[in-house]
Design a protein. Structure first.
Lengths: 298, 260
């Protein structure tokens, strides 16, 4: 992890607002969101379903469908360039080479009908303009970087021949093949088993450390934030409620919503006093109760 | 007559092989455990460990290759379809995604009430009254009964799924990842509701999950499945504080908590 202070920001989302036009009317999915990411920083973008966290990350990638979604205000500055004001062709050049993406569903990010090596080679050639032999070498390096076992042979493997964790490693290799400065990871481990989740998160941390890639990690899971993030932005109903150093926000959340949400996560290893209560009478902290106890309506 | 330690469920050498019985894939490999009346047993495992298949075999929803399941004196594995149908009134299931277990084209109320008609428990006004009472007990309103499943939030759908399972007044319920699809802010409500209903109705529960913290909060005993084998089982407090197998230790190590 790098120090997020005293360097020019890599990404600045300023006053971003996004609305969706649906049959039921206009939905304000994101309202006046500000997020800053320094080079090398790992920031968690946390919220529940409908909080606007994924819409925010899609806006950064310029991947909001244009028909129904409309960006009504704001700027998205990547190294000082406003991504909302550049032509699609230029944006496409940035995506992949300078901004990588990892989504929840690795299977949908990979083409089922091509070997993973060919997919890596295509991405590398498109963005780096190297010849096929050089691209193959870089593809192999990428797979070795993400510690895919038996990488040289796996270049010829099809996505369905890999396990879920291996596929997510390939997607990360694909996203990082051109050594982007920024990686957007939207729930990258949500579909994985807990033991595999930990391996993939540790891989992201190692790559952040080795390559200096900044990561904007979209997640609903405070456990994931605690494990990998330097900083955190908490969203609810399209607005940023709170942001700061991850450790501080988790230990001493300022906003009642964050307090309630952190407290509502079922914890392993009960305290002595909790254990003293017979199991039938033990109750989990309910979000609405915690909200009520701090005088907020949930 | 029902002693406190009576076993409601006795599972012995339960086995499931998909494909050829000698060369096929062994999904569940000679699993044995007991659940005492009124208790909650946690079946822990990662994807592909065989935990859902085990739960389905126990309910007779999936034929077992070998072994036995004794539910309150009734053999499930070799039971005739008719016997099994009758027993299903007393052993029910709550799915991870209750939304997709409801027919989208029919009001949810009819589908909850169906259990009463199916087993000849009640009909007409009485069935309606029982359905309303239960739906209100799980935190919804009578007016919700005429709506369709897409009109409900994830947490509400799970409450509907619980109501549909409990309408026949079962003794035993399998909960398959009942909160895995829910936002954190509603998980605890659903779990506390299940605990309250268990206490009120004396339910015996099998909680199928990968989530160790839920097991600690909900279960009395638990076991860990890996590649279809029950590698370790015991009282939850012992299992999670003094694990005796590498599998359990690895699962514990992988738990990410919000604060260290």
């Amino acid at each position: 992890m790098q120090n997020p202070e005293n360097s020019a920001p890599l990404l600045e989302v300023e006053n971003l607002s996004v609305e969706f036009h649906t049959d039921g009317g206009v939905v304000h999915a994101v309202s006046g969101v500000d997020i800053t990411l320094a080079p090398g920083e790992v920031r968690g973008l946390v919220g529940e379903s409908g909080s606007g966290k994924s819409v925010t990350s899609l806006a950064v990638l310029g991947l909001l469908g244009t028909r129904r979604a409309r960006i009504t205000s704001g700027r998205i500055l990547f190294r000082g360039t406003d991504l909302l004001r550049i032509p699609e062709r230029e944006l496409r050049g940035l995506r992949g080479s300078h901004i990588g993406m990892v989504s929840q569903n690795a299977l949908s990010a990979l083409d089922p009908s091509f070997p993973i090596g060919a997919q890596l080679v295509e991405v590398i050639r498109r963005h780096q303009g190297v010849d096929r032999a050089a691209a193959r070498k870089l593809a192999l390096e990428s797979l070795e970087l993400v510690r895919l076992p038996d990488a040289p042979r796996r270049l010829r493997a099809y996505p369905h021949e890999l396990s879920g964790g291996q596929r997510q490693r390939v997607v990360i290799a694909l996203a990082l093949a051109c050594r982007p400065e920024l990686l957007l990871a939207d729930e990258p481990t949500t579909a994985l088993d807990a033991t595999v989740q930990k391996q993939i998160l540790d891989l992201l941390l190692r790559l952040n450390d080795e390559l200096g890639t900044a990561v904007l990690l979209v997640t609903h899971d405070f456990g994931v934030v605690s494990h990998v993030c330097d900083s955190v932005t908490v969203m609810r109903r399209g607005k940023v409620l709170e942001q700061g150093v991850a450790k501080d926000v988790l230990r001493d959340p300022q906003h009642p919503y964050t307090q309630a949400l952190v407290k509502a996560v079922p914890r392993l290893h009960l305290s002595e006093s909790e254990r003293a209560v017979p199991r039938q009478q033990r109750r989990l902290h309910e979000f609405s109760e915690v909200m009520a106890s701090v005088g907020e309506a949930s | 007559m029902t002693s406190r330690y009576e076993q409601v469920l006795v599972v012995r050498d339960l086995r499931k092989v998909f494909g050829n019985p000698t060369s096929g894939v062994v999904a569940v490999d000679d699993v044995s455990f007991d659940i005492a009346r009124g208790q909650t047993w946690g079946l822990i495992g990662e994807s592909g460990s065989g935990k859902t298949t085990t739960g389905r075999m126990i309910l007779g929803l999936e034929p077992a290759t070998a072994g036995s399941v004794d539910f309150d004196g009734n053999e499930i594995v070799r039971a005739r379809p008719k016997t099994l149908q009758a027993l299903r009134r007393r052993m029910r299931m709550v799915f991870q995604d209750s939304g997709s277990a409801f027919n989208p084209r029919r009001p949810v109320g009819d589908q909850i009430t169906y259990g009463l008609q199916r087993y000849g428990i009640a009909s007409g006004a009485e069935a309606r009254a029982r359905t309303v009472a239960l739906v209100e007990r799980v935190g919804l309103e009578a007016a919700h009964l005429d709506r369709y499943v897409h009109e409900f939030s994830g947490g509400q759908r799970q409450r509907l799924g619980i109501a549909r399972a409990l309408i026949t007044d079962p003794d035993f319920v399998v909960l398959d990842e009942p909160t895995a699809a829910l936002d954190v802010s509603v998980q605890a409500q659903v779990l506390n509701l299940l605990k309250d209903l268990q206490a009120e109705r004396g339910l015996t529960l099998l909680l199928v999950t990968h989530h160790l913290a839920l097991v600690e909060h909900m279960c009395d005993h638990a076991g860990v499945l890996e590649h279809g084998r029950l590698v370790e089982s015991g009282p939850v407090d012992r299992l999670l504080t003094d694990p005796r197998t590498e599998t359990t230790r690895a699962l514990l190590d992988a738990v990410l908590e919000p604060t260290a």
